[in-house]
Design a protein. Sequence first.
Length: 286
Amino acid sequence: MSQARSPVRGSALPVTVALALLGLVLIPIRAMSEGAPDPLNDPFFLSFGTYLVNVDTTIRLDGTTQNSGTPVDWDRAFGDATSTRFRIDAMWRFAERHKLRALWFNTSRSNSKTIDEEIDWGGETFPVDARVKGEIDWEIYQLAYEYSFLRRDSYELSASIGAYYATFDSSLSATITNPGGTTQRNAKGDASVDLPLPVLGLRGFWALPYDLTLDLSGQWFSASIGEYSGNLQDYRATLTWQPITWLGIGLGYDWFQAHGDVDASNFKGDLDWTFQGPMIYYSVLF
């Protein structure tokens, strides 16, 4: 299934600035220690930020008959879209070698365009030259246990096991003029699915000079679970400057790809989703 990449422009930069300003205004609650952070031993880490990403999304929604729907390359069909992207990461080191990690990530897009090819979507047909509104929303949660199998004064290497839980909603809608141009009808097709995605992972973490830390991680999944089958890959690199516990600023790069074939009551078809690009975040360590 071919995909065409296009930059997603939207509210990422204003959101980033707003988050940074909010953190600088609210976080100086000096009940949190101003001492030097110890990233290899401090029990809690929290970060929140946003992405400046390229997104590729291709979805096929079949109808109730045996006929397959049209694969919709979301970026080609709807181009640049109003979008939001937020991410929160948290870590709890409850023993020297043992950690729990949690993640929440949300991205949504919406745009209207006149389509140049017919789309069969969930049994509804959207004809050429129809003005179609496309909406899509992903929300991802993750909880993982991480064990540090190698620890030194300035770095640690860890293995993890956990699960992603992804919720996905998409819709196409249009007002279509019937042949003859005398009547109109409202056409809409909705698709939603929840995807449980267990993952295994590896992580390397280094405490560097000048209050910098480097974090490299990779996670993988490929399996069939009931109505779902598919695979997931997620590779991430971040560099954080944490001069004091309540003030950290980080830059990173994330490459995430998921493919799924679904045969459920509210979604029958397949989807491919890739996002990749830089991220910026504010972090607290205590």
